[in-house]
Design a protein around this ligand. Sequence first.
Ligand SMILES: Cc1cc2nc3c(=O)[nH]c(=O)nc-3n(C[C@H](O)[C@H](O)[C@H](O)COP(=O)(O)OP(=O)(O)OC[C@H]3O[C@@H](n4cnc5c(N)ncnc54)[C@H](O)[C@@H]3O)c2cc1C
Length: 420
Amino acid sequence: MRTIHVIGAGLAGLAAALALSEKAPGGKGELRLVLHEAGPQAGGRCRSYHDRELGLLLDNGNHLVLSGNGAVRRYLAMAGSRNGLASPPGPIYPFFERDSGLRYEIRFSAGRFPFWLFDPRRRVPDTRARDYAALAHLLRAGEETVLGALPWPEPLYRRLIEPLAIAVLNTDPGEASALLFRRVLAETLLKGGRALIPAFPPHGLGPCFIEPALATLTARGAEIRLNQRIAALRLEGNRVAALRTGRGEEIALSAADGVVLAVPPWVAAELLPGLKVPERFESILNIHYRMEAPRGEAGFWGILGGLAQWVFVKEGVVSVTVSAANATLEEPAEALAERAFADITALFARPPSPLPPYRVIREKRATFAATPENERRRPGPRVGLANLALAGDWTATGLPATIEGAIRSGFTAAEVLHAA
Ligand SMILES: Cc1cc2nc3c(=O)[nH]c(=O)nc-3n(C[C@H](O)[C@H](O)[C@H](O)COP(=O)(O)OP(=O)(O)OC[C@H]3O[C@@H](n4cnc5c(N)ncnc54)[C@H](O)[C@@H]3O)c2cc1C
């Protein structure tokens, strides 16, 4: 029987495993699947955990996806996820500007024709419909940065383009690749509001994305080995001949066996010396507060001019996200919690109150920095080894480091190995 070893049980590895397991339902086909995960739980950068101090199930970070993310939908269906995603009734993005106190909502039109541009109540305040022609210029962008690609009209840039670019690319727009931004816009904004409905898992990333996938894989006979780090690959000619675990055990591969390598880029470069991978990373800061707040129509708000960039309201928790957050890495957790809480207090127009119980989570290498230089360092799934396919949000998916990109890379790796 052919065995496929999936190394890394983040979304890319799980997507590859799900796709491969469909080819061997019930585990009785010709395929045996083994997942090797270094950590004590699956999910990688997309995970939930029980925070004992706060007494809450928390996500490592708020994750937002869009209705146009086709691979996400396919993955959730394959995993049999029933604790899925929650969405507002349409493509609605509410914003709050800290300095001026201005509140506005972008309400995209459902179809492709952008009726919203011609209604001042649905577009960015103080902009004209013709300002948005700038987006058409972006569609010709190549090697430039988002900021450098064109002279963006204000306040369109500050009130919409900048917050969206930082959220999508996790990189300052002065450094971020216009090409990557353009690709995301082409798959979402340009397809119209039906592709732009925001969605996030109200009951946590684990119950939505991870646990259903693990249950489906286990039911199909896959073995999931947690706390199993793969420390080395033994290569013979153009094949992987064996895996060596962190405990020094050797797992030999037969001629028909294969490997999906779905680990972060720095681990892949250690396991495959000479592999070119992205070198610069950006952090994401999340602060979760145990408190109640009104959900509003969307369940989240974008904030301009504060520390908090996005505020999500879930049951018993208000969570703040700060992307491209390398500059906050040295700042003490309590100071950050105080600053972001001031943003929340202003957002909900509440009188000042003591800081509620909170948890600060800093993901230092949350994603590769979406710069043109890093973009050139992203390898495809094939790296010259006949029985190995690479996966991960950092491989050449054409997208920035997102759930959609990670899952797509896993599906592609499964196809590569299946074809092999
Ligand atoms: C805080 C935060 C917020 C985010 N927000 C969003 C968002 O709003 N929308 C969005 O689309 N995306 C978001 N992302 C990005 C998204 O989480 C990632 O793109 C995705 O989870 C990456 O999945 P992956 O499988 O490629 O990598 P990973 O999740 O990093 O998975 C790699 C796995 O390999 C394991 N591993 C490492 N070394 C070994 C080894 N030697 N042997 C075995 N296993 C190993 C790791 O433990 C890990 O489980 C966010 C990320 C973070 C951190």
